[in-house]
Write a protein that binds this ligand. Structure first.
Ligand SMILES: [Cu+2]
Length: 212
């Protein structure tokens, strides 16, 4: 039960962070946070990019392609083993409706600690489907050594989504526009729509947790 409450709190934090960041960007002039799009499975059993340096407050969007994939977090020492205070997106499989055209898993970074990520589908992790965010500098803990260790690891699949939210991909954000005014308006509406769906999802998950 404690674990479920922590999960709920984490999801709420994502939604709240989304609101506060947009407010501060418009009212105080604090530098805007960055958004990173990460492709999962677009190039066989790989993340693209496989390494990423990002800052607290940055938003990470994981997009899923071609077949059954997911993103989960392990420690460096235990590749393919989901850790409780990490993230798990759930599985995205072509044909299930959760494909690259409609859904995305999003999370906001809280710190610059290294995040070792893998795909929990089948044997993908053992086959080298891993990535690292904010890899430790000057360390022998590298992505290639993480992948080497993964070859002989057991895969632990988390039982539920946590550490982020699955939501509908905003519509129209990739459409090229003739004027900057209409582009701004369009993306603003899309952001509001995305936020609404994220909050709705959080509410739904809270409801599910209450039932458990
Ligand atoms: Cu995979």
């Amino acid at each position: 039960m404690r674990y479920q409450m922590l999960t709920t709190a984490a999801l709420a934090a994502v939604a709240l962070a989304d609101d506060s960041s947009s407010a501060s960007a418009t009212t105080t002039g604090i530098p805007a946070t960055s958004t990173y799009d990460i492709k999962v499975g677009s190039d066989n059993l790989k993340f693209d990019p496989e390494t990423l340096t990002a800052s607290p407050g940055d938003l990470l969007n994981f997009h899923f392609y071609n077949g059954n994939h997911s993103v989960a977090q392990s420690s460096y020492d235990s590749p393919c083993q989901a850790q409780d205070n990490g993230i798990f997106s759930g599985f995205f499989a072509g044909g299930s409706g959760k494909d690259e055209d409609s859904k995305v898993f999003s999370m906001r970074l809280n710190d610059t600690n290294p995040m070792w990520l893998y795909c929990a589908a089948g044997e993908h992790c053992k086959a080298g489907m891993g990535m690292v965010i904010n890899a430790p500098s000057g360390s022998d803990q590298t992505l290639s050594s993480y992948k080497d260790k993964a070859k002989s690891a057991d895969v632990k699949v988390p039982s539920s989504v946590y550490g982020g939210v699955v939501h509908d991909k905003p519509q129209g954000t990739t459409t090229a526009s003739a004027s900057s005014a209409s582009a701004t308006k369009k993306s603003g509406a899309a952001v509001v729509a995305a936020r609404g769906s994220m909050l709705g999802l959080v509410g739904g998950l809270v409801g599910v947790v209450m039932l458990l």
